[in-house]
Design a protein around this ligand. Structure first.
Ligand SMILES: CC(C)(COP(=O)(O)OP(=O)(O)OC[C@H]1O[C@@H](n2cnc3c(N)ncnc32)[C@H](O)[C@@H]1OP(=O)(O)O)[C@@H](O)C(=O)NCCC(=O)NCCS
Length: 502
């Protein structure tokens, strides 16, 4: 109730008082407004804003009268109104103070600050501490999709450890888990697998347009445009206007066709004919087949499937957060995923696996690793594929991918392990206490290369699986939506300043 949170009695002054006297009253009471009364009745309200206005125009507060500068007949509240009515009144009219009137007499005043105190929120300019740059560690939502526990080197999808899922389940099962919230039994798994396999073909409008797009851009850029085209061709409506079933249907269609778009974009760019999707192959095997034109060995297919499972989702990274921000406006699925792809394309987010492999090329032989790493670190450079913002211990994705690469074998695998050992030692010596280990990108590059994926397709391959994670977050955001609209601290020249005449 307003009665419980108002300041009482209100600080008052008369309409014929001078502005200087009113300002002094406010200062003494440490308040931002004064209620103007006449015989106990409210006739106006004078705020700091009015004083500033008066000072800018008149410059003589000792002579100016309150009557001229106050807001006459202000909106008022009753003491028995609910606090949320007071909140609505204050925020919709952008008032900061409202007098409280009972039986025609002023009994108190309610300020925005009082209400914020009750709601335990603070205006942006008065945050309890600085929000860290990059929002590091700031909780911005609740999610049931999964989480990353960096100190423990652990991450999970729903309630299951992601690494265990990658070790034991198919990508389609994990996809089902994310979309439906539970792992499928054998019957549901087969039905879902069947359903997604028949959705792999691009719709005709997009298929016709793709060769022209592929000639003009790298596969990830082509994907970004293709998702826009797909949304338009399939008539996707704003998430604000559709229910969860329609959105889930669109999401399944999108995730199923993304590998087809990427593989075709790659082949067309290389002057090759696209390869049709194969309904007899799983998600990863079919992707490899469409990319290379050859059905992959079961070992290669499983290795890429495990890589994709491990990278399907990973907390509130930049692209996932982007997808959720766009969804929070009620925009359609295509808009959210296009924005997420845009965020992923930045080198600080999606671009490291090919760089880690470039580094292995530059090192060349195991004996040169020590000198290479030492020289790079001493010159202030970063060793690609090492260090992580969240993991300060072994990245669990890297551990599994290292064992996947061991299973695959080959000269690059032994070499990369030797470089890893040397690099960890040199970093521990040159950057003591920083806890720098391999991140997902180091062995991802090794695994993808060994399975025949060209370097320019490393980040697009990541996107092929991550689209499932993005879509899961879009559905969660749409189901419990609130517009994401943070605040910024203004640090420019102090306003208001008079606008210079032209
Ligand atoms: C991933 C990454 C951006 C995380 O960085 P971060 O959490 O912001 O860590 P910081 O930049 O605060 O680094 C902390 C310290 O470790 C050092 N460091 C971190 N990663 C390093 C790396 N790969 N090589 C050498 N030194 C590194 C920094 O130089 C810094 O040292 P200082 O305290 O002497 O200044 C960073 O480790 C990195 O650039 N790695 C290489 C790129 C990469 O592999 N990206 C893929 C990420 S999945």
């Amino acid at each position: 109730m307003v009665r419980d949170l108002m300041t009482s009695p209100a600080v008052t002054c008369g309409a014929d008082d001078t502005l200087a006297a009113a300002a002094e009253t406010m200062q003494r009471a440490d308040t931002g407004s004064v209620v103007v009364t006449d015989d106990g009745k409210v006739v106006g309200i004078l705020t700091e804003r009015d004083l500033l206005r008066a000072a800018a125009v008149s410059g003589d507060p000792g002579r100016e009268r309150v009557r001229l500068w106050m807001t006459a007949r202000p909106d008022v509240l009753g003491p028995d109104e609910r606090a949320d009515a007071a909140w609505a009144s204050l925020t919709s009219h952008r008032y900061r103070h409202l007098p409280v009137v009972e039986d025609d007499r002023c009994v108190g005043v309610v300020s925005l600050r009082d209400l914020m105190g009750v709601a335990r929120i603070r205006p942006a300019g008065e945050t309890s501490g600085e929000v860290p740059a990059g929002l590091e560690g700031v909780v911005v939502a609740e999610t049931t999709v999964g989480d990353v526990r960096g100190q423990e080197g652990f991450f999970h999808y729903r309630q299951y450890p992601a690494v265990e899922l990658a070790e034991t389940r198919s990508l389609e099962d994990v996809w089902y888990l994310l979309f439906r919230g539970q792992l499928p039994d054998a019957t549901a798994s087969a039905a879902f697998g069947e359903d997604v396999r028949r959705r792999r073909t691009m719709p005709p409008g997009l298929a016709t347009l793709l060769p022209a797009l592929a000639r003009r851009g790298a596969p990830l850029d082509v994907l970004r445009t293709a998702v826009s085209v797909l949304g338009a061709e399939l008539g996707w409506r704003p998430t604000h206007d559709i229910g969860p079933d329609e959105l889930a249907e669109q999401a399944v269609a999108l995730c199923a066709v993304v590998p087809t778009i990427l593989a075709a974009a790659h082949r067309l760019r290389a002057g090759l004919e696209p390869v049709d999707p194969r309904p007899d192959l799983g998600f990863a095997a079919n992707y490899l087949c469409m990319l290379t034109g050859i059905a992959p060995s079961p070992q290669h297919a499983r290795a890429i499937e495990q890589y994709m499972i491990l990278t399907i989702d990973h907390g509130f990274n930049a692209s996932t957060f982007t997808a959720r921000v766009v969804t929070s406006t009620g925009a359609d699925l295509g808009a959210a995923i296009v924005a997420a792809i845009g965020a992923l394309s930045g080198p600080l987010h999606g671009g490291a696996p090919s760089r880690a492999l470039d580094m292995l090329d530059a090192i060349g032989t195991p004996e040169r690793a020590d000198a290479y790493v030492r020289h790079a670190v001493e010159n202030g450079e970063r060793i690609m594929g090492f260090g992580h913002r969240v993991y300060k211990t072994d990245d669990p994705r890297s551990l599994l991918l290292r064992s996947v690469s061991e299973r695959l074998g080959g000269p690059l695998v032994e070499f990369s392990q030797s470089v890893e050992r040397t690099t960890v030692d040199v970093l521990a010596e040159l950057k003591p206490g920083r806890r720098l280990y391999t991140n997902v990108e180091f062995y991802a590059g090794v695994v993808m290369h060994t399975c025949g994926i060209p370097r320019e397709m490393f980040t697009p391959t990541f996107a092929a699986g991550r689209t499932i994670g993005w879509c899961t977050h879009v559905m969660e955001q749409a189901a419990h939506n609130r517009l994401i609209r943070p605040a910024a601290r203004y640090v420019g020249p102090p306003p208001p300043q008079p606008v210079p005449l032209p």
